[in-house]
Design a protein around this ligand. Structure first.
Ligand code: UN1
Length: 497
């Protein structure tokens, strides 16, 4: 019988799925390496987790927010102690190199400490009443049980963007990690348990789509926060709408980096390498379109190719690895299929374009860093999210055209502009349709205390990170306190005709 963390965590107990069914998690850099088996949870398991969360909510909502914050401080401290251990396990499970998985855990630590400070700042506001001897103010209330459904590419940081503000605000949660990163999610939950988060406040149910759907459909789940594909997000939104549950969606991207002729080309090159090939391009914020001015196009393409060809592919727990594998066979098939799409569209595969094989790579889902040139804005490779180490280069002749091309996709998460012209920088901040714009920096690298989210098909108006996320995890109550001792009729008694 498996132990924690290879089980669900419900009401403070590590338990198997009621059915006893399990699924395996394997190392994407070496699929012969099995990490372990995890429960395949059904609607029964979800119902038990929701029940535990509902019960815990009765008392957790009454714990003062600064006290809830103190627990999150302990969570941050424990994660700091376990940073390397968790990062090693994460690398083994989802493939990105150890230096990146340490960054993932650091982002979770930052989120914990930021949540702690929010315990003393969960502000409402006080405004004048239109009547005498009356006080008007707003307070924030938790909403109840929150269902958290996350992806595998940031399997610790992104769940904490949801979980920490949720519980700091007094909610309780049912968390389903991706079936591609169950171990990482469970290690996170173990930290919360060890830090003394009361039983039932955080519940973990492992599983795939069916498990997620059961969370979305459970009538006692008041809010759902999801990170993943736009298709799945749309399904969640329509299921949740039937029972009026609140939904926050963080979905795809097709993030542009504009490089103008006045840019520092070395800086831009470094930004493309990190933005497009970091995390093997598997970030919703990854740079997937390089929109470059014709005057510097050839020079920049050459520099990117030269640098990208030096990237060392391999197992992320080996010290000299720069880039890990894709997450699974499906991802490998999808990325591979885009090579034909590019050819059919008339783009040129200027670098890469194939599965990477050879020394230590044959048992993993490795793909060469790839560059498409001669891409035009109407091509599929300029419009669709590929979610792999693939950068499409689009040549433009002016800044206006660059902005127009940048905006000409369904998505709007992150964006970047490389320029030395301050007017262009501010125009980009004003005019690019995206939730995030970087000036002279890559499209990836959001900070935990800044709001995160996108427009158009990327999101549904909510934000994670920053104080803005607390708007999602709280309800506002408007409070009127009349101390006049008499009946005061709003809109009537205070106005002369
Ligand atoms: C994601 O890919 O879902 O801004 C999140 C970044 C990271 C988070 C990415 N801090 O690239």
């Amino acid at each position: 019988m498996a132990d924690a963390p290879f089980l669900n965590f419900i009401g403070g107990e590590w338990v198997a799925a009621a059915s006893g069914d399990t699924f395996e998690s394997r190392n994407p850099a070496d699929t012969t390496d099995v990490i372990g088996s995890f429960p395949s949870s059904t609607a029964d398991d979800v119902a038990r987790a929701v029940e535990a969360a509902k019960e815990a909510f009765k008392t957790w909502r009454l714990v003062p927010a600064p006290k809830r914050g103190e627990i999150l401080k302990r969570v941050g401290d424990l994660m700091t102690e376990r940073k390397s251990e968790i990062a090693r396990a994460m690398t083994r499970e989802m493939g990105k190199p150890f230096f990146e998985t340490k960054g993932d855990v650091q982002e979770a630590i930052d989120t914990a400490y930021y949540a702690m400070t929010m315990g003393r700042q969960l502000f409402g506001h006080t405004v004048p009443s239109e009547m005498n001897n009356k006080f008007n103010m707003t307070v924030r209330r938790p909403i109840g049980v929150c269902g958290l459904i996350t992806a595998w590419n940031f399997p610790v940081a992104v769940p904490t963007w949801k979980m920490f503000p949720a519980i700091l605000s007094g909610n309780t949660v049912v968390f389903k990690p991706s079936e591609d990163a169950p171990h990482s999610g469970a290690l996170l939950v173990q930290v919360l348990e060890d830090a003394g988060v009361p039983a039932g406040v955080v519940n973990l149910v492992q599983g795939a789509g069916e498990t997620g759907q059961a969370i979305v459909d459970h009538e006692d789940v008041a809010a759902i926060s999801f990170t993943g594909s736009s298709e799945t997000g749309a399904g969640i939104a329509s299921s949740a709408a039937k029972r009026h549950a609140r939904v926050s969606l963080e979905m795809g991207g097709k993030n542009p980096a504009i490089v103008m002729e006045d840019a520092d080309l070395d800086l831009a090159m470094e930004g493309m390498i990190w933005g497009a090939y970091g995390t093997t391009g598997q970030r919703c914020t990854a740079t997937s379109r390089l929109i470059v001015h014709e005057d510097v196009h050839d020079e920049l393409v050459e520099r990117v190719k030269a640098k990208a060809s030096e990237l060392r592919l391999g197992y992320g727990n080996d010290d000299d690895t720069d880039m890990g594998p894709l997450i699974n066979q499906k991802a490998l098939d999808k990325v591979t299929s885009y090579m034909d799409v590019a050819r059919e569209d008339g783009a040129t595969i200027a670098m890469g374009g194939e599965r990477a094989t050879g020394d230590g790579l044959d048992d993993g889902f490795f793909f060469q860093p790839t560059l498409f040139t001669g891409v035009t804005r109407d091509m599929r490779v300029a419009r669709e999210e590929i979610f792999g180490p693939v950068l499409s280069v689009i040549k433009v002749t002016s800044f206006d055209e660059a902005i127009e091309v940048a905006n000409d996709v369904a998505y709007g998460l992150s964006s970047a502009v490389y320029t030395s012209d301050i007017a262009r920088a501010f125009r980009a901040l004003r005019d690019i349709d995206a939730g995030i714009t970087y000036i002279n920096g890559p499209t990836i690298g959001a900070e935990a205390h800044m709001s995160f989210g996108g427009v158009k098909a990327t999101g549904n108006g909510h934000r994670e990170g920053g104080w803005e996320v607390y708007d999602f995890y709280t309800e506002t109550k408007t409070c009127y306190i009349d101390f006049s001792g008499g009946l005061q009729r709003a809109q009537i008694d205070n106005y002369d005709d």
